[in-house]
Ligand binder design. Structure first.
Ligand SMILES: C[S@@+](CC[C@H](N)C(=O)[O-])C[C@H]1O[C@@H](n2cnc3c(N)ncnc32)[C@H](O)[C@@H]1O
Length: 225
């Protein structure tokens, strides 16, 4: 067994991250086993799902979509699990996890058709912008886990974070903004209830030469002007 570093340091942070990723890997191997995915036609991920308000409504309306919501906060995940249990939604799961660690822990073949990021923490101060979830590295990591042709759905009330995300997605080689795409499921998230207005962005994960079976798909239109 790996020895635990005994001081508060980079090694300790790395040790703890490795432990979390090891636990997540075991849990996700079960969740995404053949038995776990029985009957699923599509896979969906919501990052930063809060209490699972929006995702529970989505799962109720889409019984053949296997839905997973993740959040950093334990009590929010518990509340999501209670909603799921109350409605007996076996295709809905809530897991306590950090977004990037979760993506690192997924079984090899798992690709999502839809990923939702609803009202992510905006980190409004400039010196905190590096803490925003949307970063070039995160978009690359996400692209590896989204089916070509799959979509990222992003919504925020924060103008600065919206502009930031438009810029980062536009500059990223794996994603293309779809200005005319429609939001697939209008239901308020917990945060949306308190907002007077918000902006939405939908981006499609493009085809790259590295995608298996790419063939002619790299020339398919995404509907983007
Ligand atoms: C502003 S709340 C929005 C919650 C929910 N999406 C909604 O619209 O009601 C942001 C949520 O993202 C979670 N969160 C922040 N950073 C995260 C990360 N890196 N990975 C997973 N969850 C994260 C927070 O714990 C919080 O519950």
């Amino acid at each position: 067994m790996e020895e635990k570093p005994n001081h508060n340091s980079y090694e300790m942070m790395k040790y703890l991250r490795d432990q979390r990723v090891a636990h997540l890997k075991a849990a996700l191997a079960d969740l995404y086993s053949e038995a776990g995915l029985a009957g699923a036609e599509r896979l969906l991920l919501e990052i930063g799902c809060g209490h699972g308000h929006w995702l529970t409504a989505f799962a109720e309306a889409h019984p053949s979509t296997h839905c997973v919501g993740i959040d950093l906060r334990t009590h929010r995940i518990h509340r999501g699990q209670m909603k799921r249990d109350k409605r007996a939604l076996s295709h809905l799961h809530f897991i306590k996890a950090e977004g990037r660690e979760f993506l690192d822990s997924l079984p090899e073949g798992i690709r999502y058709d839809q990923v939702f990021l609803l009202f992510p923490d905006p980190w409004p101060k400039k010196r905190h912008h590096k803490k925003r979830l949307v970063q070039p590295g995160f978009l690359s990591q996400l692209a590896e886990r989204v089916t070509p042709g799959g979509r990222l759905y992003y919504r925020t009330d924060h103008e600065g974070y919206f502009a930031w995300t438009v810029d980062h997605v536009r500059d990223h080689p794996d994603w293309e903004i779809e200005p005319k795409a429609e939001w697939p499921f209008e239901e308020s998230s917990y945060f949306q209830e308190f907002m007077e207005s918000w902006s939405s962005l939908i981006a499609v994960r493009g085809w790259s030469a590295a995608d298996p079976g790419n063939g002619d798909r790299s020339s398919q239109s995404t509907g983007i002007d």
